[in-house]
Design a protein around this ligand. Structure first.
Ligand code: NI
Length: 182
C-alpha cells in the first residue's frame, strides 16, 4: 500500500482512454485499489481514477463521509468500481461546483445529469448496480469521465465560473462549504 503521486492537468496520460480490466481479484488489482484508496484519503479527495496515478485501467474509487473539503456534501458509500457503465435516467441537469485532485486549488461550476444508473464490478468481480441522484451521481460522472480522458474543466459551459478556490470564495461566488467532486 502506498500513497502515489497524482498526475496534474497538462500531463498527456490524463487524456488517454483507459482499458477495461480483464481479470478480477488479482494481487495487482488489489494493490492498485489499495494505493488508490490511500492516495485519495491522504489528499481528502472524494474520488480517484486509476488514470490519475498513471494506471490506464477502468478503475475508480469514491467515498464521501465527513470529508473536511466538502463538509456539507451528502454521504456516498465507499465504492470500488471497475469497468463502469452509466445510463442517464433523464435529460435533467444540475450545475454544481467541482474540483479535482489533478487540478489542485481550482473549482468550476459544472452541469451534470441529475440521476443515473451505474453498473460495474468491485475488485473481486462482484456486480454493482445502483440508481443514484444528485451528489452521488455527480461524483460518478466526474470519475467515469477520467476513464475517457476527460477532466471537469472540459465540461464547464460558462468559463467565468472557473477559478482558484480561494479567489472564488473571497469574491463570494463559491460557497465556503460548496459540495464538489474530485
Ligand atoms: Ni478528478
Amino acid at each position: 500500500m502506498a500513497i502515489r503521486p497524482i498526475l496534474r492537468l497538462g500531463n498527456p496520460v490524463l487524456r488517454q482512454i483507459a482499458e477495461p480490466v480483464t481479470e478480477f481479484g488479482t494481487p495487482a488489482l488489489r494493490e492498485l485499489v489499495h494505493d488508490m484508496l490511500d492516495t485519495m484519503r491522504a489528499n481528502d479527495g472524494a474520488g480517484l481514477a486509476a488514470i490519475q496515478i498513471g494506471v490506464l485501467q477502468r478503475v475508480v474509487v469514491f467515498e464521501v463521509s465527513a470529508n473536511p473539503r466538502y463538509p456539507d456534501a451528502e454521504t456516498v458509500p465507499l465504492t470500488v468500481l471497475v469497468n463502469p457503465t452509466i445510463e442517464f435516467l433523464s435529460d435533467e441537469r444540475d450545475s454544481g461546483w467541482e474540483g479535482c485532485l489533478s487540478v489542485p486549488g481550482m473549482r468550476g461550476l459544472v452541469p451534470r445529469y441529475r440521476s443515473l444508473r451505474y453498473r460495474g464490478f468491485d475488485e473481486l468481480g462482484a456486480p454493482i448496480d445502483r440508481t443514484v441522484a444528485d451528489f452521488h451521481a455527480r461524483v460518478v460522472q466526474h470519475e467515469c469521465d477520467h476513464l475517457d480522458g476527460i477532466l471537469y474543466p472540459q465540461r464547464i459551459e460558462d468559463m467565468t465560473s472557473f477559478g482558484f478556490q480561494d479567489e472564488l470564495v473571497a469574491s463570494g461566488e463559491l460557497p465556503v462549504a460548496a459540495a464538489a467532486a474530485d
